[in-house]
Design a protein around this ligand. Structure first.
Ligand code: SF4
Ligand code: SF4
Length: 495
């Protein structure tokens, strides 16, 4: 295992007190630019930065970077920048209400975002997209000001929830170099933060000659501990880790590192996963939402919406088309994103218990939650196939859009925009890559599920795996059908 933070240049940059800020400031400037262009620029989605950058580039790079490196987008997230200011305003320092401490709010926020995205055509509206970004800043600020921990990141943020789930497949994770050092650590600054106006010299860092080998100096504002309340020596999973590296900077023993590992290693480690329904349905629901989100972009969705409106007898009410579309979409999202995943996974867990005769040994919750990690690879495959499609199709649109933005403000240094930059996309190649993403995700999920089945059911593992394997196969086949349909090229000029 390599500690990335001990690599010569990159390690120094990341560990630097302002290291995260160096990433956040550019992201903040981009967010402000998007808000500005969203409110003042052209309403044409394929020519406005506010719609191109988040819906074409950000989403595509986010899933790629998550799988290849880790949660770098939470690390650079500009929405957490108001945190410092909000923390100073915080008077109460209360914890987030116990009842809401889970992933149910995140699941609700994800469903709401996906629903609004389709219903209000956020991808086609620069102004509405700008409002979404403003809402993010406001929600993050208010929750940071009101509560002691990073409540927005941990319990609410839909982007964070997405990043947390797929960072479990990433090839890096926070950990400690020496667990024994943590056992004798008094301050546990990685969690609690360190605040001291005085320079501190640690007694375990005094050399044989009596001189300190290292002085750990905190300034008056100190170093914050983990905002999402993770304790470095106990971390087994990337879930809830925003990769802020505060724990690294706070640890007075220089004991925290960012270690490389086999991608997806934690998916088969039972200790890494809490047996909670909220967490499990976040993971499972995201895989289903990956399909649902792509389904919202193919022609059959319009036929289904029309059928639903007829079946529910909504036309007779005389409501507007937008309202009817909203109800139909809400029905599809509630059915495909909540009811169907719950129904199918409870059925699979029940069938596995019955087939392996473990009904008395394992509760339904234990049987279901144990297999939740198996939905990470297939979900990642769906999102990769979907978002890389937009990234591939619309990759170059950012160049003429930025040129046009500059020209609108009488800055002609980059010349005239060429809206056909990049040419026609090679759809055969895109389709091939999408199929590879789907198959790769399915094989990854099957491999994780078979290891879980082996751990749980030993000699009965084949029967224990069977219902889950069939469910994963059905999802993959639906995925192949959805991605085989002609898809709207949102955000591109070829639509
Ligand atoms: S990681 Fe550092 S601060 Fe945290 S318990 Fe271990 S030695 Fe202490
Ligand atoms: S402080 Fe917490 S969230 Fe930040 S990198 Fe460390 S473990 Fe992750």
């Amino acid at each position: 295992m390599i500690d990335v933070l001990r690599l010569p240049l990159i390690g120094r940059i990341l560990k630097h007190r302002r290291g995260r800020l160096a990433l956040q400031v550019p992201f903040l400037l981009i967010a402000l630019l998007l808000i500005y262009d969203g409110f003042t620029g052209t309403p044409l989605a394929a020519q406005n930065l506010a719609t191109i950058v988040p819906w074409v580039h950000f989403r595509g790079f986010a899933i790629l970077v998550l799988l290849l490196a880790g949660n770098l987008f939470c690390m650079g997230c500009p929405f957490t920048l108001p945190r410092t200011l909000a923390k100073r305003l915080s008077l109460s320092g209360r914890r987030f209400p116990r009842l809401l401490r889970g992933k149910w709010l995140s699941i609700g926020a994800l469903l709401l975002l996906f629903f609004l995205y389709e219903w209000l055509d956020l991808w086609a509206s620069p102004a509405l997209t700008a409002w979404v970004i403003v809402a993010y800043f406001a929600a993050s600020f208010v929750l940071e000001a009101a509560f002691s921990e990073s409540a927005f990141c941990k319990y609410v943020c839909p982007l964070g929830a997405f990043n947390f789930v797929y960072s479990t497949a990433a090839p890096t994770r926070i950990g400690v170099h020496d667990a024994d050092v943590c056992k004798s650590c008094v301050g546990r600054e990685c969690l609690n933060g360190s605040y001291s106006p005085q320079p501190i010299i640690l007694i375990d860092q005094i050399g044989v000659d009596g001189a300190p080998t290292k002085a750990h100096i905190h300034n008056k504002t100190g170093v914050p501990g983990c905002g999402t309340l993770l304790f470095a020596p106990q971390i087994q999973s990337n879930l809830d880790c925003t990769l802020c590296l505060d724990c690294v900077r706070a640890c007075p023993h220089d004991n925290v590192g960012l270690f490389t590992r086999a991608p997806g290693a934690e998916l088969t480690q039972p200790d890494a996963w809490h047996k909670r329904y909220d967490l499990s349905f976040l993971i499972i629901g995201l895989a289903f939402m990956g399909l649902l989100n792509a389904f919202g972009m193919i022609p059959p969705v319009y036929a289904l919406m029309s059928d639903l409106i007829d079946a529910l007898g909504l036309r007779a009410l005389g409501w507007s088309g937008l309202a009817l579309e909203g109800i139909a979409l809400l029905t599809i999202f509630a059915g495909g994103g909540v009811v169907l995943p719950a129904l199918l996974t409870f059925s699979a867990a029940s069938a596995a218990r019955a087939l392996t005769r473990t009904t008395h040994r394992d509760s339904l919750r234990a049987a279901l939650t144990a297999f939740a990690p198996a939905f990470v690879p297939i979900g990642a495959g769906f999102w990769l196939a979907h978002y890389s499609f937009h990234l591939w199709i619309g990759f170059f649109t950012i160049v003429p859009a930025f040129q046009a933005f500059l020209l609108d403000h009488r800055i002609g240094i980059l010349g005239q925009p060429n809206w056909l930059l990049g040419g026609e996309p090679n759809l055969t190649l895109v389709g091939l890559l999408q199929t590879l993403a789907l198959l790769g995700g399915f094989i990854g999920s099957l491999s994780v599920a078979s290891r879980i089945a082996l751990r749980l059911y030993r000699r009965g593992s084949f029967l224990g795996l069977l219902p889950w394997a069939l469910l994963l196969l059905a999802l993959m086949l639906v995925g192949l059908w959805v991605f085989g349909q002609p898809m709207e090229m949102r955000g591109a000029l070829f639509d």
